[in-house]
Design a protein around this ligand. Sequence first.
Ligand code: BGC
Length: 424
Amino acid sequence: MRKSKLLTVLVAAVLGVSMVGCGTSGGGSSSSGSASSVANKDKPLCWFNRQPSNSSTGELDTTALNFNKDTYYVGFDANQGAELQGQMVLDYIKKNIDKIDRNGDGVIGYVLAIGDIGHNDSIARTCGVRSALGTAVEKDGSVDSSPAGTNVDGTSKAVKDATLEVNGKTYTIRELASQEMKNSAGATWDAATAGNAIGTWTASFGKQIDVVVSNNDGMGMSMFNAWAKDNKVPTFGYDANSDAVAAIAEGYGGTISQHADVQAYLTLRVLRNALDGVDIDTGIGTPDDAGNCLTKDEDYRYSEEERSYYALNVAVTADNYKDFTDSTKIYDKVSNQLDSGKSAEKKVWLNIYNASDNFLSSTYQPLLEKYDDLLNLKVDYIGGDGQTESNITNRLGNPSEYDAFAINMVKTDNAASYTSILSK
Ligand code: BGC
């Protein structure tokens, strides 16, 4: 009797709080389903995976990041991850120095698959690997991330030969070749293109290739399966997609987890919080009523100025890969179902820039699909062709049907293609 009375009081109190919350939130709407009363320009918006920015300079697009008061970006810490990737490759080389130089010429040669020369993450990874291995050159005050093309003779201007001393012996490290893996239709991070490139490279200088490095696992696995695996050449990627993690048992050198389980959660969580009119930190750095909470500075960091949440990366190698075998497993710390009484069902429009991107389709989207249930969000997933923004925006014909939006642009410069639709 007493207990149920207490419960009633508690429920009333919570309802009271959430009603106040809804009333003060621009993005909030107390009725479930459509958000017709809220203007599209005021609805919560989360950019993810491709941060609105200038693809030539990397400068953030602050207009897009501040589209309205409920706009955020969710990605991961590109520089921290890139450093980890470079260090992982260097550590492997040092540890395996006795067998790494396959033709014994004293030159440790690597090839590098570049995802997208205008994408911050791709640029950071290219720089990270070159900096750790010592092959980086400075251009205009920062590391040159441009593709070297073919550099078997070591004369490229984009990179330089490095010297590595291990156990009293001196080796040269050379970036033998690198190129952007873009297909003829314009899709970047293209795994098939990487598979073709390794074929071309190995046909002319295969014996000199001692290490294969890639800006992501999609391209890395394509090169591994096409050549590196059979030739026992360690291959390093990024993303910790399940197939790449499994391949570590077969000689794939390693990968980096960009904590997609944290990113997918944050992508939907910031929308949920804005829709509920609660503090943005709810269920992120501060436990929500269901007990969901991440660990700040271990799982993620937040930059208020950049309106951006960045998940933190972890290296996945032969030492720890067994902990990462399922990349679509949700994170334990944020696996509790929200109460639909407090967080009523809302409709979200979400797009993936390229339905065939390995990371987004095999890791990120399956995670989103698990979290959307937990967060009571009904999400429409739209898969793009990876080439044109219009292929996606054409399918945003009626934004008024939705309560919130999560956007993954084809090109980081193109935020206005979306915000112009929401501003109409
Ligand atoms: C991932 C890549 C992916 C790209 C798409 C990156 O963060 O590592 O695998 O292709 O995002 O934007």
